[in-house]
Design a protein around this ligand. Structure first.
Ligand SMILES: [Mn+2]
Length: 335
């Protein structure tokens, strides 16, 4: 068998967890399912080791599938409140600004970083990170850390790990051929603990506000086809209720014939939030495009926040960037 996509953790990282008496667990602000469920799973692992765990997240808990988790997380904690010998565990964050305000108060404590983003800025001491861009979710990396710590899988931990994997892969959609076998072996173990894929899917999708479904349709109806249909741009004005509509917008627009990438511009009033998605085998690394704009993400899903552009200027600027990338790579040669 080829080498594992989940390499061994650095022994220094495992030792740091073992030697700590307490941990503050923090994932990125504006969290998604992988951020929060990797936090919950990590906290459970820490508690199984007999240590204290504090769950922190800046929020906001805007997405429908995570809103009910808000009560489990604190916005911040003072270093003194964590207990003796604390360790900060940062999850699903590729740059030091991503964990936001809870991290700002704890910057002086020792920390480890566990993440699966493709580009970032290192912000731990050597040996204190476990970064595997190949992993489809951060929860699968938490699973690997759990295994190395000798904490057995149980239903609660398996449920958290499964949910993070399911949301970050669009429920088994965004998994590369190379990473599928090992990833799904781990996921199989979660279901063996009693996690029900059918129930989890329904729980995480049902109960949406009808207004949000209608607004998703309005956004897709106003989308624009660019570069001969290879790029589609979508726009959400600042007047539209600030719900999390992007998953539905991408899911719909990425099925258009001939499309290679979708750009979603959200007007936040004082800034524009830009989301990027590209098709599998499109050869377009939207993570690199987002990084040029000060953002980040993965090769097929990324985002950036920009200021100083009107929505129209931003759209034109982005079309030109995609024109350069598409006309430079054209074809499926550099997947
Ligand atoms: Mn993630």
């Amino acid at each position: 068998m080829a080498s594992s996509i989940f390499p061994p953790c650095d022994p220094r990282l495992i030792r740091a967890i073992r030697e700590a008496d307490s941990a503050a667990v923090i994932a990125h602000r504006n969290p998604d399912g992988d951020a929060l469920y990797s936090s919950l799973a990590m906290a459970s692992v820490i508690r199984r080791l007999g240590k204290k765990a504090v769950l922190l997240n800046e929020g906001p808990f805007a997405r429908d599938d995570i809103r009910m988790l808000e009560g489990l997380f604190s916005k911040e904690a003072a270093p003194e409140s964590l207990g003796s010998n604390p360790l900060v565990i940062i999850l699903d964050c590729s740059t030091p600004d991503r964990p936001g305000s809870p991290f700002a108060a704890l910057q002086d404590l020792p920390r480890i970083v566990i993440d699966h983003h493709s580009a970032g800025i290192p912000f731990t001491e050597e040996g204190m990170s476990y970064i595997v861009p190949d992993s489809p979710s951060t929860t699968l990396l938490v699973d690997k850390v759990r295994e190395e710590l000798g904490v057995p899988l149980d239903k609660e931990i398996a449920d958290f790990l499964y949910r993070g994997f399911a949301t970050d892969t669009g429920f088994f959609h965004y998994i590369t051929d190379r990473t599928a076998p090992e990833s799904l072996m781990r996921v199989a173990a979660f279901t063996a603990e009693g996690v029900s894929p059918y129930d989890v899917y329904d729980e995480m999708h049902d109960g949406r506000a009808l207004e949000d479904i209608r607004n998703t349709a309005l956004i897709t109806a106003a989308s624009r086809s660019e570069l001969g249909g290879r790029l589609i741009t979508a726009y959400q004005g600042s007047d539209m209720k600030n719900a999390r509509l992007s998953d539905g917008v991408y899911a719909s627009l990425l099925t258009a014939a001939g499309v290679k990438a979708v750009v979603f511009i959200k007007d936040k009033g004082d800034a524009l939030e830009i989301g990027f998605r590209s098709k599998n085998r499109s050869g377009i690394d939207v993570g690199a495009i987002a990084a040029e704009l000060g953002g980040g993400g993965h090769s097929r899903a990324a985002g950036a926040t920009i200021t100083g552009y009107t929505p129209t200027e931003a759209r034109e600027m982005l079309i030109e960037r995609f024109r350069a990338v598409m006309d430079g790579t054209d074809g499926d040669s550099c997947v």
